[in-house]
Design a protein around this ligand. Structure first.
Ligand code: 2AM
Length: 483
């Protein structure tokens, strides 16, 4: 009897899990709640879930018996060990056709592992990125599901009902096979690191190059939020700048300048290195957090290492315009790099990623939501084969209008001695990417000089030769090191 049974079970009653359950309940789905510490199930039913259709289970067996078939079990528990333990315990209780969905922040390689292991059992596995924090989970997150495509039609009505909507379109669609959903979520988080770092640098330049009052900075971010930088992160930055503590003083300057991190930015950087894609801005954003964390060492260094004597003498309002354009240009570059990484990973893992649809999934509900992602979606909808976002006609034109400002900002920061690593990385990448000739000819010569690694002739592509540079080395190339 399917009557009275739940549409889906959710394991993990921390805030995210509870809020997703309440969100599903709001959309008419019956959810069965379970948690390792079972007392949390009764607590939840007696409090947050009181008066709803949500049911509880006191064991995994009890939970499984209360589900409609094919059973759908979603995990919202700590990534790694806890996910592994629950999947292992669920397997003997489930049958062919049932679906496990991991909605935690798992590494995409773990999702790949489970997809592969479960394939012969007929139990279907989905790894789904969930973004938007607690509020998103409650009222509309961005959802990025990937894994066994046969599972998708069974869970699609639930996830597309509860997710955020952008212009009435759901910010949730099938991403691709095995770890694709969690990979896309990881890159989302990396891009979030980049966006946040760029905003922090803009704040630092306003404060330390221009010497603006905090109220003025809040005003600038408010203005920026009305144009092409319109986004959740710019909006909350304005609110943070305006926020006063109980004593009437601004809260921001009282916060110790050491950043924490949970690791998803780092994983994006590691993936970028593994796949050989120059995702430099996110890399700088991760390293900037690392540099901020060594506060005591920085305080010591600040006493001995000289900075610059140069002061800003230009027009402040003009510089603010440059800063806005520089921020926009750097964001385009960062997203272009993120999509380059997606493209390379898709190639290596045989994922058929739809880049327009990914931009739409990030358009609403998640931390990087912005008007700008609508333009990215348009670029990939117009040309799904677009090799690089920077080459889309709209973005190409935007870059030519905003890179002169990026140059002004990077140059001023360098002259005055205020660090702007993400802006700098953006400009260096841009100039490298648009260079038909780079000094790698010299690099190849050096490699051939000391290691006989050979070099390719510009006039004869595919022909690798070795030169005896010193006259006393050998003429034999180290063919094993050709690349
Ligand atoms: P708990 O309430 O029993 O601690 C977020 O931490 C969620 O992950 C919580 O629901 C928590 O369950 C669960 N969780 C964390 N570590 C776990 C583990 N090793 N095994 C099972 N569940 C775990």
């Amino acid at each position: 009897m399917a009557e009275g049974k739940a549409d889906i079970a959710l394991i993990g009653l921390a805030v995210m899990g509870q809020n997703l359950i309440l969100n599903m309940n709001d959309h008419g789905f019956v959810v069965c709640a379970y948690n390792r510490t079972v007392s949390k199930v009764t607590d939840f039913l007696d409090n947050e879930a009181k008066g709803t259709k949500i049911i509880g289970a006191n064991s995994l067996e009890d939970m499984v018996s209360k589900l409609k078939k094919p059973r759908k079990v979603m995990l919202l528990v700590k990534a790694g060990f806890a996910v592994d333990e629950f999947v292992k315990k669920l397997l003997p209780l489930l049958e062919k056709g049932d679906i496990i969905i991991d909605g935690g922040n798992s590494q995409y390689t773990d999702t790949q592992k489970w997809c592969k292991e479960l394939k012969p059992t007929g139990i279907r596995y989905i790894g789904m990125g969930v973004s938007g924090g607690e509020d998103g989970a409650r009222y509309g997150p961005s959802l990025m599901p990937g894994g066994d495509p046969e599972a998708w039609p069974h869970v699609k009505p639930i996830f597309q009902a509860i997710c955020a909507k952008a212009n009435n379109e759901p910010c949730c669609d099938w991403v691709g096979e095995d770890g694709a959903g969690h990979f896309v979520k990881m890159v989302h988080n990396g891009i979030e690191y980049g966006d946040m770092q760029l905003i922090c640098e803009a704040y630092s330049l306003m404060k330390d190059v221009l010497g603006l009052e905090q109220s003025k900075m809040a005003q600038v971010f408010d203005d920026w939020n009305k144009g092409e930088l319109d986004s959740f992160l710019i909006e909350i930055t304005r609110d943070i700048l305006n926020f006063k503590d109980k004593d009437g003083q601004y809260l921001l300057p009282k916060i110790r300048d050491t950043a924490g991190q949970k690791g998803t930015g780092k994983w994006t950087g590691i993936s970028a290195l593994q796949y050989g894609v120059p995702v430099t801005l996110i890399g700088e954003a991760v390293f900037s957090r690392c540099l901020s964390a060594i506060k005591d060492e920085r305080v010591e260094a600040s006493k001995v290492l000289p900075g610059s004597n140069i002061k800003f003498t230009g027009n402040k309002e003009e510089f603010l315009v440059h800063l806005r354009k520089a921020l926009f240009a750097s964001k385009v570059i960062s997203y272009a790099q993120g999509f380059m990484l997606l493209r390379e990973a898709a190639k290596e893992n045989n994922w058929n990623l739809n880049y327009g649809s990914i931009a739409l999934m990030w358009r609403g509900g998640c931390i990087i939501r912005s008007a700008f992602l609508g333009n990215i979606k348009e670029a990939y909808t117009k040309n799904p084969q677009l090799s690089n976002l920077l080459l889309d006609p709209y973005f190409c034109e935007k870059m030519s209008a905003s890179t002169p400002s990026l140059r002004q900002v990077v140059a001023q920061a360098a002259l005055v001695g205020v660090p702007a690593p993400a802006f700098g990385a953006a400009l260096a990448f841009y100039d490298g990417y648009r260079s038909s000739v780079l000094p790698a000819n010299l690099l190849q010569a050096q490699r051939d000089y000391f290691g006989a690694h050979t070099y390719e002739l510009l006039s004869k592509p595919g022909t690798f030769v070795h030169t005896n540079w010193t006259g006393h080395g050998g003429n034999i190339s180290a063919s094993t090191y050709n690349n």
